[in-house]
Design a protein around this ligand. Structure first.
Ligand code: FMN
Length: 368
């Protein structure tokens, strides 16, 4: 399946070293203001080219909106966005044919698709494909803005270095002014050192990010299989290299007693609300108008320059593989932007599903 969502549907396509990657976004109502700058802004956030050893491929992300937008507004028809692959160097992958990289999807693709899979740059499994997700996320973020909701995330752990200081949602958004979105300057400096060391040694590191969605209205999500939390988990695990997810206070909650874990219900501005929000804004799979937040953990980048043991599938013999191509020392920074995008796409889908935003009439008559 390359399609995600119910009322707002995205279908992505493309391989890392093919001509292009891209996305078709269906379900966006007519009349949403949308320009190339909206897409460009989000694609730029995913690049991190200012740290050149972090993103050696540094694609210029040349894209075109092929359909669905006219005179700066959506038409209510499918929006197709194509992002050209300009900086692929496929020769690095010649010696990797039939020698699957440990930790990458090569082995699974070979077992499922035989010799028909594209191994160059990780093919369809490449992190490169997340640029298409990010382009769709730019559109979804604009839909969320219609109801005053916004999504932003930051890095909470990288290469074993954790952010420990308290922070607010404003701190999270402001952290994007730094070289990497990390709220704590000391942690950021150590993370950059760890990344540089791993780049020099030809190794890689994993880490964790936290995604916030603030301003989402109450009542999104349905029992039993349309729970917002379940859909966001599906969304998050669709991003390559994701290995775990902690909702709200997550595993900390699992260590508490019920009396401690429960968020007291209080009256705020004449409405029921939570005094604390350890549960991350969702009860019974349904939003309650409190901020949503969750942490997503990512494994280290599979491609490293150190020798790794694999099998030559043509000879069915042990082989040693030493990767010479370019790789992301950590997938975490770029994956963060993809996870923000998937969160925005999921919530925008739920806004349409709940009828908060209608797709059957132009947005100049919004119901919101
Ligand atoms: C944004 C992003 C960038 C990535 N960059 C690389 C990379 O440069 N080299 C690599 O081997 N894997 C990279 N990955 C990870 C692989 O895509 C991923 O590990 C692989 O598809 C196997 O999927 P799985 O880890 O979910 O099982 C990246 C992932 C993401 C999300």
């Amino acid at each position: 399946m390359n399609t995600f969502g119910r009322e707002l549907r995205i279908t992505t396509f493309g391989e890392s070293h093919g001509r292009a990657i891209g996305v078709v976004i269906d379900g966006v109502p007519a009349g949403l203001p949308l320009t190339e700058e909206d897409i460009r802004r989000e694609l730029d956030r995913r690049m991190f080219c200012h740290i050149h050893w972090l993103n050696p491929r540094c694609e210029p992300e040349e894209f075109e909106i092929l359909s669905g937008v006219k005179d700066g507004h959506t038409q209510g028809t499918p929006i197709a966005i194509v992002i050209w692959n300009k900086k692929a160097i496929s020769s690095y992958y010649d010696e990797l044919w039939m020698k699957p990289r440990p930790g990458h999807a090569d082995l699974a693709y070979y077992l499922k698709y035989g010799k028909f899979y594209d191994h160059r740059g990780g093919g369809r499994a490449s992190g490169r494909t997340t640029a298409a997700i990010v382009a769709a996320g730019a559109v979804a973020k604009k839909l969320l803005a219609l109801v005053g909701a916004e999504v932003a995330g930051h890095i909470v752990e990288l290469g074993g270095v954790e952010v420990k200081r308290p922070y607010t949602f404003e701190d999270v958004k402001k952290s994007w002014e730094k070289p990497l979105p990390v709220v704590d300057d000391d942690a950021l400096a150590t993370m950059l050192e760890v990344l540089r060391k791993n780049a020099a040694e030809g190794d890689s590191v994993g880490g964790g990010v936290e995604i916030w969605a603030v301003g989402a209205p109450q009542g999104l999500g349905e029992p039993h299989f349309g729970k917002v939390k379940a859909d966001l988990a599906h969304a998050a695990f669709s991003v390559p290299a994701v290995v775990a997810l902690d909702w709200g206070a997550g595993r900390q909650l699992a260590k508490m007693r019920g009396s401690e874990a429960n968020d007291p219900i209080v009256v705020k501005g004449g409405k029921p609300a939570l005094e604390t929000n350890k549960i991350g804004g969702v009860l019974g799979g349904i939003t309650i108008g409190e901020p949503l937040y969750f942490r997503v953990w990512l494994k280290p980048t599979p491609s490293v320059r150190k020798p790794q043991r694999t099998v030559d599938l043509a000879k069915m013999e042990p082989a040693t593989l030493q990767f010479k191509g370019r790789y992301d020392v950590s997938v975490v920074p770029k994956a963060l932007v993809a996870l923000e995008a998937m969160t925005a796409i999921t919530l925008a889908d739920h806004l349409l599903r709940a009828g908060v935003i209608r797709r059957d009439r132009p947005l100049k008559d919004p119901v919101v």
